[in-house]
Unconditional design. Structure first.
Lengths: 128, 383, 258
């Protein structure tokens, strides 16, 4: 009886949410019909592209590499060793990490580094 | 050896102090530019290079002219240039340094300057210019300093320095050729798109740069009593005369090609510079002043006996330097941008900040030159 | 009671989250991150596509500047209200300015009064990419002459090299000149050169350039010049067209019907 109740409390909203999003899918995906409809890549956003320790030390290198290969060679998709695929973009990171608006700033201020990302890109502090 | 630059009389230190004051002004002005961006200069979307690049072009010529003393002394063994050659080399060092500083001052993101080396692009003339300018700087500093050091110790200079000096001769030609190629390879800028630009640059360099060298030797004689020799100065004045004539001859050929062919785009820039175009006359007085002053100076040099009078020589050399500075620096750079690719005319005027930075860089160059020459003169006069 | 309520809220919340996760796994549009979906997932083949544009100036209305406004909004192009600091990607000018080397005498009054769009030509033989000392501007795999703002040193060589005046320099901080900011595209920063990017940011999402999309007259046709069946090629074959300053051999990818 108790287990049933738990399943119900978790499952029902989950199902509702799924149905709701599936329903709005059409409007959410309304994109101008392009000349040659491209095959979209499934983008995984439920986990980070690499281990936290690695990212902490190397995120700037990753971003630099991503930028070069996507802007200059047009290679826009990153496949991580475990097979997940990501769009090579600063926004891929900010998609999750900007939920904490100070995510970048706290650490950069502590380390006294002033990257110039936000001279051009919209920082999590500026996004509505 | 550098300790010799730390001993001097009151005039010497007053000169150093005034240069430092000008440098301080320059740094303040540059700070402003760095903070607010290049909007504080007179440059804009249509005339996107101005005073800085003009100084740069002129100074590459000054640097290249060192070859006019190196060739007779080292290649033809003309002993009368023995005291002048070090001055020419050190002037080249100071001028090259100023060139590099002017390029830095003109850049929007000077913090990224190393990208030029990080992503070498042989198809870009700027890449080659950075290479040859830095190389020339090192070559002249090393050869000048080594020969001077040997002289101080009373021993012959090491044998490896000879090839370096010989290398500096074609290298001097290369710096000004590559600098001309910066401009001469751009489609749609008709004042620059001419094969005669590189030879003209070399001729004007050997006229103005060598004139400046003569002036420096005269100043040194006045201030320190160290005389590089009247004979050397007169020989240099002959070089100046011929180079000046060739320079003005080539300017004349530019006029012929543009106006006889009557191709509008070829005429427009020259019209703007010398006659005014569609009501824009800003540069006309400067260009005629430059032309008449240059020709007048050449006449003085050609008249018999005038060369041997220091006053006339100084006057003629000053005239040529100013004339070519206007013509090859300011006129050539601004004329290339007017009219714009969309045939619009936009006038350019340097701002105070821009002039401040320019003076600052000149002061840095003069400071380096003063220190180097102080060492040279001290060694040469056995102090 | 209180404890029970808290438990309920916790579990419901978990459920909502699980729902979002499940749906975003199936439908990428609902992932939390707001990223654009790439239109291709492999490294593109260089030279396969050559994007180009055909401007039918007969359709272009003098009083309309919808394309300019849309482009400058989408790409956060600043407006300082003065000519010296001006930054522009696309603009309107007269025939004599856009085609200074083409026939000037005895043109119809209609042509002389019409306004013509000027933008980067994305030349096949671009002088700007040749002049750039850091390859900050380069010709892409799809023919677009692109800018790498991260690499530009601001020497303005490309501006001197461009025979079409298509390039602008950020003489000052561009953010001061943006009244209405778009969140879809970054701004630039003080000290770098910028220009039209043929909407490479939109192409990657499968959209056509903003100027072409916004034109109420449908005067702008965008397409692949290497594809003989594309709209632009069909139009190019059935109309008499012009390029800007063809005598310079830059091979522009922007064509005009006069």
């Amino acid at each position: 009886m108790r287990i049933n109740k738990t399943i119900l409390t978790i499952g029902l909203p989950a199902l509702l949410m799924f149905a709701l999003l599936a329903f709005f899918r059409q409007s959410g995906n309304a994109v101008e019909s392009p000349k040659a409809p491209p095959a979209p890549v499934t983008v995984d956003s439920t986990r980070c592209i690499a281990q936290t320790e690695y990212m902490r030390a190397n995120h700037m290198k990753v971003l630099h590499e991503w930028r070069n290969s996507s802007v200059r060679e047009g290679n826009r998709v990153y496949t991580s060793p475990n097979g997940s695929r990501f769009q090579k973009s600063l926004n891929t990171c900010l998609g999750c990490h900007s939920t904490n608006r100070l995510f970048c700033f706290n650490c950069h201020m502590y380390a006294n580094v002033r990257p110039k990302c936000w001279n051009c890109h919209l920082s999590p502090m500026e996004t509505p | 050896m550098i300790e010799k630059a730390l001993k001097g009389n009151r005039n010497y230190w007053a000169w150093i102090a005034s240069l430092l004051a000008v440098i301080a002004v320059g740094i303040t002005a540059y700070n402003r530019q760095h903070w607010f961006g290049l909007t504080v200069t007179g440059m804009g979307r249509d005339v996107s290079w101005g005073f800085y690049i003009a100084q740069f072009t002129f100074l590459v010529g000054v640097a290249a002219s060192a070859v006019m003393v190196v060739i007779p002394y080292y290649l033809h063994n003309r002993k009368e240039f023995s005291k002048t050659v070090i001055i020419g080399e050190f002037m080249a060092v100071a001028a090259t340094l100023m060139c590099l500083l002017f390029i830095l001052a003109d850049m929007g993101r000077p913090d990224r300057v190393l990208n030029v080396l990080l992503y070498p692009s042989p198809h870009s003339m700027v890449f080659w210019d950075v290479m040859v300018l830095n190389g020339y700087f090192v070559i002249n500093l090393v050869s000048g300093w080594t020969v001077l050091g040997a002289e101080r110790r009373g021993v012959p200079p090491p044998s490896w320095v000879k090839p370096v000096i010989y290398l500096s001769i074609p290298w001097a030609v290369s710096i000004h050729t590559v600098t001309a190629f910066l401009y001469a390879g751009l489609p749609g800028r008709h004042l620059w798109l001419t094969a005669v630009l590189a030879p003209r640059f070399l001729a004007s360099a050997f006229a103005a740069g060598t004139s400046l060298l003569i002036l420096v030797t005269l100043v040194i004689k006045q201030c320190t009593g160290f005389d590089t020799g009247k004979e050397a100065r007169e020989k240099l004045a002959v070089i100046v005369t011929y180079a000046g004539i060739v320079n003005f001859f080539m300017i004349g050929t530019e006029f012929f090609t543009a106006f006889y062919s009557h191709v509008p785009s070829h005429m427009h820039s020259l019209q703007y510079l010398f006659f005014g175009l569609e009501g824009h006359y800003t540069l006309v007085p400067f260009m005629w002043f430059s032309l008449l002053l240059g020709l007048g100076s050449l006449v003085v040099l050609l008249l018999p006996g005038r060369k041997s009078s220091p006053k006339w020589l100084a006057a003629a050399c000053t005239g040529l330097v100013v004339s070519i500075w206007i013509d090859k620096g300011v006129g050539l750079i601004l004329g290339g941008f007017v009219p714009s690719p969309l045939e619009e005319i936009v006038d350019y005027q340097p701002t105070l900040t821009e002039i401040g930075v320019t003076l600052g860089i000149w002061a840095i160059g003069l400071l380096v030159l003063t220190l180097l020459l102080k060492v040279a003169v001290s060694v040469k006069s056995q102090e | 009671m209180n404890k029970e309520r808290r438990e309920f809220i916790r579990k419901t919340g978990l459920g909502v989250l699980a729902g979002i996760c499940a749906s975003s796994a199936f439908m990428p549009a609902f992932s939390l991150e707001e990223t654009v979906l790439p239109a291709w997932d492999e490294k593109p083949v260089p030279g396969k596509i050559r994007w180009g544009m055909l401007i039918d100036t007969r359709k272009c209305l003098n009083e309309c500047s919808e394309c300019v406004a849309k482009c400058h909004f989408v790409h956060n192009v600043p407006d300082f209200g003065n000519r010296k600091d001006e930054v522009k990607w696309i603009w309107k000018s007269s025939y004599e300015h856009v085609f200074p080397t083409s026939t000037q005498q005895f043109r119809t009054s209609d042509v002389l009064q019409r306004s013509f769009l000027a933008l980067c030509n994305h030349c096949a033989e671009a002088p700007c990419t040749r002049a750039c000392p850091t390859e900050a501007t380069f010709r892409r795999w799809d023919g677009i002459v692109s800018m790498d703002y991260h690499r530009c040193i601001g020497c303005r060589f490309c501006m001197a090299a461009c025979p079409y005046g298509s390039r602008s320099f950020n003489w000052r901080d561009p953010r001061e000149g943006i009244k209405l900011a778009s969140v879809d595209y970054p701004t630039r920063e003080q000290g770098v050169v910028e220009k039209c990017n043929f909407c490479s940011d939109r192409l990657v999402r499968g959209l056509i350039p903003a100027c072409a999309e916004s034109c109420p007259q449908k005067a702008l046709t965008f397409g692949d010049l290497n594809d003989p069946k594309s709209d632009i090629r069909v139009l190019l074959e059935s109309n008499n067209t012009m390029q800007r300053k063809p005598e310079l051999g830059t091979k522009p990818s922007v064509f005009y019907i006069i």
